[in-house]
Design a protein around this ligand. Sequence first.
Ligand SMILES: [Fe+2]
Length: 252
Amino acid sequence: MRQQQSRIGSNRTGVQMSPLDSRRMNEHRVDAPPPVLQSPSTAAMADMRARYIADAPALGSVPPPGSVKGVLSTGVAMLSGNSPQLLLDKLGERLAFERMSTRLYDALITKVRATADETGRTVVPLDMLLEHRDQEAEHFALLANSIERLGGDCTAQTPCADLAGVEATGLLQAVTDPRTTVVQSLHALLIAELADNSGWEILLALAASHKHDTMVREFGLAAEQERAHLQQVRAWFEHHTLGAPIAEPGKA
Ligand SMILES: [Fe+2]
């Protein structure tokens, strides 16, 4: 079952819809526009942004670990220059992202169920989406547990967690928009899985540099599952966009 994602309709957004107005607009066209930052309006905007940047506070901070064990281990690592606050910040980032990924899958599952045909056939297999969704939720729990083991507070929003939430807003909007098709939603999911794969690789390297062997082992398994998610989502998207065959699991 392939889903059509592009159709011809009454789109009126392009200049071809109004030849008279586009001809008049072209009469005022500047053939060689100045570099972007040199035009008066964009230069003024850049100046204003630069002032805001100079005065802006940091996005947030990493709270100190609350438990005695956490304070001690963080203190020791800080003394040895290992920046444990960076590890806590990146753990918070992945935690925020995995929470969002679970919601992305929840939203897509709703859309896939809602668009099943009369025989119950869906655009992508529901059981696989549910498996991915559950693994994202397990990764969220794993990260919360890892933060707690370091004496950190998994409910605290770290700077990178804040940033991850803002970055993901558009992806969630794309999938929860009732007008987007399953395949269009898969494109948003593909972006999420690409970012997720990169995020896990960085976190894995960071945990290894801090010599947290348990984290390295557990995060290695999570990263492996994320690689499989990316491979599968990309295969679904390419199948519905290019007509590419979907490889059997393990043969891609
Ligand atoms: Fe994933």
